[in-house]
Write a protein that binds this ligand. Structure first.
Ligand code: NAD
Ligand code: DAU
Length: 354
């Protein structure tokens, strides 16, 4: 079959990547979508069972830290575009094991940039390297203000520093070699298929199992939450209409303190479990804070809205109801991802933390 273009999506078996893959495979039958993923603990092909047999979809198991493997993938698939999501993504893990973040997020990104540069060999017509990044590169906000594309970088965790470093390298390849690139920096995503080390799936699962809900510090940390499909549609729009060399911030205009969000989660989860709403408040347990915990993130997405016409679609109440329902209905998915090494991680992260 002949396709109009081939897009290599890295990290497509992860949380956000799987929603991006589904969107692209269904929306663009004339594109070949190649999913490159190492299948770390966070990568799960069960996230993609509904598209795995599509004619325009292929999966390749490979590690972005292996430069030779990246060259081979580019030789074999000759992608016109890359949407790069593969990363180590959990801040807490970056505190206990920074080196794996340096390898995957920095070295892995450079391997992909080099493979793209070699493969495209100066012929950049119709080519694009799209790097998916995070708002955490901007550091932390006080009680007011928003991150714009002009906010100076000030990363404060090994995770955000590794993402900031990869952003700089992507821009360096644009300025130095003329590689066509675009970058987006997004706020916290929520929705189905997120690995239950992150706040929302972890807490929904713990409420269901009557386990303690470990709130870091005073619980007054603030995040700007975005429905994961809204991130996927932003990536689609930026891939097709973004200006080369530019950066776009993506956010939900939807700030919540952790405690307010936790109370909302408790209300909705209790209700869906048939419990008196609020019963699970007794599970709230304040634990030792995350080291270097960023106080507040909030994104100004005005540029993306104004220039490319994107906007978020889902309100939190509805989004959270859908999210909770998905985790409660997909028991087998939760069981599979929390077996094996998950228990070990959980014990190391949360035992004796109080
Ligand atoms: P995730 O941890 O759920 O998924 C990461 C995926 O990358 C997994 O499928 C994993 O197997 C794969 N991967 C990891 N190391 C790899 C390697 N060496 N080679 C190949 N594949 C590898 O992450 P996510 O939450 O879906 O985040 C995806 C991207 O979006 C990341 O770059 C992250 O920094 C960024 N981001 C995430 C959020 C968020 O709220 N989750 C917000 C903004 C930006
Ligand atoms: O802002 C974008 C970032 O959002 C992404 O780049 C990251 O990949 C993604 O993991 C996310 O980072 P956070 O650190 O904000 O997400 P997390 O779900 O780990 O934590 C959200 C908030 O909840 C944060 O203030 C820490 C707090 N928390 C988290 C956990 C796991 C708790 O209080 N208890 C917990 O057990």
């Amino acid at each position: 079959m002949n396709f109009d273009k081939t897009i290599l999506v890295t990290g497509g078996a992860g949380f956000i990547g799987s929603h991006v893959i589904r969107l692209l495979v269904n929306k663009y039958p004339n594109y070949k979508i190649v999913n490159l993923d190492k299948l770390t603990y966070a990568g799960n092909l069960e996230n993609l069972t509904d598209v795995e047999n599509a004619d325009n979809y292929s999966f390749v198991k490979a590690c972005i830290t292996d430069a030779d493997q990246m060259d081979k993938v580019f030789d074999q698939y000759k992608p016109d575009g890359v949407i790069h999501l593969a990363a180590e993504s959990h801040v807490d893990r970056s505190i206990s094991d920074p080196m794996s973040f340096i390898k995957t997020n920095i070295v892995g990104t450079v391997n992909l940039l080099n493979a793209a540069r070699k493969s495209w060999d100066g012929n950049f017509d119709g080519k694009l390297f799209y790097h998916v990044s995070t708002d955490e590169v901007y550091g932390t906000l006080g009680e007011t203000g928003l991150f714009t594309e002009e906010t100076p970088y000030d990363p404060r965790s090994p995770y955000s520093s590794s993402k900031a470093s990869s952003d700089h390298l992507v821009r360096a390849y644009f300025h130095t070699y003329g590689l066509p690139v675009v970058i987006s920096n997004c706020s916290n995503n929520y929705g189905p298929n997120q690995f239950p080390e992150k706040l929302i799936p972890l807490f929904v699962n713990n409420i269901k199992n009557n386990k303690p809900l470990p709130v870091y510090g005073d619980g007054k940390y603030t995040r700007d939450w975005l429905w994961v499909m809204d991130h996927a549609t932003a990536i689609d729009v930026i891939y097709h209409k973004g200006k080369l060399g530019d950066t776009y911030n993506i956010g939900g205009e939807n700030e919540w303190t952790n405690m307010d969000l936790i109370h909302l989660m408790i209300e909705i989860t209790d209700k869906q479990l048939g419990r008196e709403p609020g019963t699970s408040k007794s599970l709230i347990t304040y634990v030792k804070d995350r080291a270097g915990h960023d106080r507040r993130y909030a994104i100004d997405s005005a540029k993306l809205m104004r220039e490319l016409g994107w906007k978020p679609t889902l309100q939190t109440q509805e989004g959270m109801e859908k999210t909770v329902a998905w985790y409660l209905e997909n028991e087998k998915w939760m069981e599979n991802v929390t077996s094996g090494n998950y228990q070990k991680y959980y014990e190391q992260q949360y035992t004796n933390r109080v």
